[in-house]
Ligand binder design. Structure first.
Ligand SMILES: [Zn+2]
Length: 328
């Protein structure tokens, strides 16, 4: 009886998901455990998300990240419920782009989307010291030389994803009101609206964009291609509970998308790098009494000095061979 019942249930789920073209989900027979049956790469050794153990990260001082077009107000921004998440896409050229940090070359914005959980205790994909956050933003960029996402996913350095965590605040984050009001118009799967106001990337990000973790991983949805340089920013964005609740109202073909995060995957032989602010080293230098004796007082300004740049270069050169090795 029980076997028969579950047989009927499995058949129904497959039928519903096939009819609507949703070939993966987060529960039951189309859940993460089964992705590898259809998509071989989901069983790979360098998958995402991961847990970042901050006692095991390698501290580095990478060149500054360059954010281009992040503070421009962008018109014609499309918000789409694709049955798995909500996608934010930009129509007009030029698209925002990013370079520097661990990246070799320019990366062009493709889309951003969100992952969330049933309640505020879980929802992020990557975790830090096994801590989950209620939501995570992924900004996806493809390497400019590959010209498209389709071509970029064939190369190990094809994509970079800037990931941002959320934490709870008592107050609404005003920059998110435009997103959440668009969401109320795309609760049905496979629906799209154009945002009513110009949209600026910088407004929805945290203030500190210097401290981040970086590692090589994969797409967190099928086909799970191992082509992503991940940058997980340490400072979370603060949102009100009510704002996160609106994401949980979105629907897939199988009902409300109450959660859409993949469980953490083994880290294997990978290293997670932790980039700290360049000024961090300046302050450390000054705190060292031996160093202070030999250096002029003006170094306390906190600006980059010749000595500081030299120190950063030493760090960079000790890290580069590791980064290069990890690219292949
Ligand atoms: Zn994602």
């Amino acid at each position: 009886m029980c076997v028969l019942l579950s047989g009927v249930l499995i058949y129904t789920l497959i039928q519903v998901s096939t009819i609507h073209g949703e070939d993966f989900g987060y529960d039951g027979v189309i859940g993460p455990k089964y992705w590898g049956e259809t998509y071989r790469e989901c069983r790979g050794k360098h998958q995402s998300p991961i847990n970042i153990n901050i006692l095991r990260v390698k501290q580095v001082a990478l060149p500054d990240i360059v954010f281009i077009g992040f503070d421009d107000p962008i018109d014609d921004v499309h918000v789409t419920n694709n049955g798995h998440t909500v996608l934010i896409e930009v129509e007009n050229e030029p698209h925002p782009r990013v370079s520097g940090g661990p990246l070799d070359g320019n990366y062009v914005f493709s889309q951003m989307h969100f992952h969330w959980g049933d309640n505020d205790t879980l929802g992020s994909e990557d975790k830090i010291n096994h801590r989950s956050f209620p939501m995570e933003l992924h900004m996806v960029f493809y390497k400019e030389v590959y010209k498209s996402v389709k071509e970029a996913v064939k190369h190990p350095d094809g994509l970079t994803v800037l990931a941002f965590f959320y934490e709870l605040d008592r107050h609404n984050h005003p920059a998110y009101d435009d997103i959440t009001s668009a969401l109320t118009n795309v609760t049905d799967p496979h629906s799209t609206v154009v945002m009513s106001q110009p949209f600026s990337f910088l407004n929805i990000l945290p203030l500190d964009l210097r401290r981040y973790f970086t590692y090589k991983g994969s797409l967190t949805t099928p086909p799970c291609s191992e082509v992503v340089i991940w940058l997980d920013f340490e400072q979370p964005v603060r949102l009100a509970h009510e704002q996160i609740e609106i994401f949980r109202e979105l629907r897939s073909a199988n009902g409300k998308i109450r959660h859409n995060f993949r469980p953490i995957q083994p880290i294997g032989d990978r290293t997670v790098f932790y980039n700290v602010d360049n000024n961090y080293f300046t302050y450390n230098e000054i705190d060292d009494p031996d160093t202070e004796k030999t250096k002029p007082k003006q170094k306390k300004s906190g600006h980059n000095s010749g000595g500081n740049i030299q120190l950063n270069m030493i760090y960079l050169f000790s890290v580069l061979p590791i980064l290069v090795k990890n690219h292949y």
